[in-house]
Every structure is written in C-alpha cells, then in structure tokens.
Design a protein around this ligand. Structure first.
Ligand code: HEC
Length: 153
C-alpha cells in the first residue's frame, strides 16, 4: 500500500511537470533560441554588422564611414590608386576647397564613383565630407551640416 501511494505521487508529480513545461513552451516570449537566432542567419554575409539594413550604412562618424565606404576605392591614406581603374587622391586635393564639390559627388556619384551618399543619412554624409576636408593634408575649416546634405540630395 505504501509503495502504491509513492508510485501514484511520483506519477502525479511527473504529470504536473509535463503540463508545466507545455505551458512554458506555449508562451510566446519563451521562443526557443533557434527562433531568436534566425534573423542573424539571414544576414550571414554581413558578419561585421556594418549595415543596419541592406540599404543603409550604420557607421556612426566620419572616420569610420571613410574606412568602411571610401577607403575601398580612395585607399586608407586617401592617396587614391591607379591600375585597372583610376581613383583620384583625396589627400591634399585642392578641389575639396569648395565643400559643395565633395558633398555633391558623395550624394550623386561621378563617372566611376557610385552615389554612396544615398545609403547614408544626412549627418553621415556631412560627417564624412567634413572628415576628408580636414584630414589627409586637407585643412578646410568650414564645415557642412546635415541640412546642407539634405539640400544637396
Ligand atoms: C567604388 C569606388 C568609390 C567609392 C566607394 C568612393 N569613390 Fe570617390 N571617386 C571614385 C572615382 C572612380 C572617382 C573619380 C571619378 C572621375 O573623375 O571620373 C571619385 C571621385 C571622388 C571625388 C572627386 C575628386 C576629384 O579630384 O575630383 C571625391 C571628392 C570623392 N570621390 C569622395 C569620395 C568619398 C568621400 C567617398 C566615401 C564617402 C568616396 N569618394 C567613395 C570612386 C569611389
């Protein structure tokens, strides 16, 4: 008799356990970790997470935007490159004296240069233009603003 009661008690506890875990599994906020991981999988090619979405750069400031977007063509020292293509130096470039010139080119592209500014917000465009105009031997003090970028789009 004592044994029977114990068996029953164990069965009851086991049943409760199953019911409890079923309840947990049905809670929407208790999604299995495989489901949570899914969106990351969808952006596999984007291992360093540099894009917020496929159409926007997420870099927060001029130097990182330059590194991520411009350096691939203009080189990290901004001295440009010649080879299969021609990438002008932005370093010590007198054409940057007029802020509107790089602003326009970043937003609209120019011949072999794609309109990379279309994938940035106004502040990012202004930041990267200000960055190249005040670095790499360029010392142009006047700054462009997000409003300037907006007006140039
Ligand atoms: C895919 C390659 C590529 C990327 C990325 C790129 N550029 Fe260019 N850029 C070029 C090429 C090619 C030219 C020259 C176009 C021509 O004169 O035919 C150019 C020209 C320029 C010019 C004009 C230079 C001059 O002497 O007239 C500026 C300014 C410039 N780029 C700034 C930038 C900035 C800032 C970025 C990043 C936000 C950037 N570029 C990203 C390829 C690129």
């Amino acid at each position: 008799m004592k044994n029977q009661i114990r068996t029953l008690a164990i069965a009851a506890i086991a049943t409760l356990g199953v019911v409890a875990s079923a309840a947990v599994a049905q809670r929407p906020d208790a999604a299995p970790s495989t489901m949570i991981a899914a969106p990351t999988e969808a952006h596999k090619g984007d291992a360093d997470g540099a894009f917020v979405s496929v159409s926007r750069f997420s870099e927060p400031d001029g130097p990182s935007i330059y590194k991520r977007v411009c350096a691939g063509c203009h080189m990290s020292d901004a001295k440009g490159a010649k080879g299969a293509g021609f990438y002008p130096a932005l370093a010590a470039n007198a054409k940057l004296a007029s802020a509107g010139y790089p602003l326009y080119i970043v937003l609209h592209g120019y011949h072999g240069m794609p309109a990379v500014g279309k994938m940035m917000n106004d502040q990012q465009v202004a930041d990267v233009v200000n960055y190249v105009r005040t670095n790499f031997g360029n010392k142009y003090k006047d700054k462009v603003t997000a409003a300037d970028a907006k007006a140039t789009r």
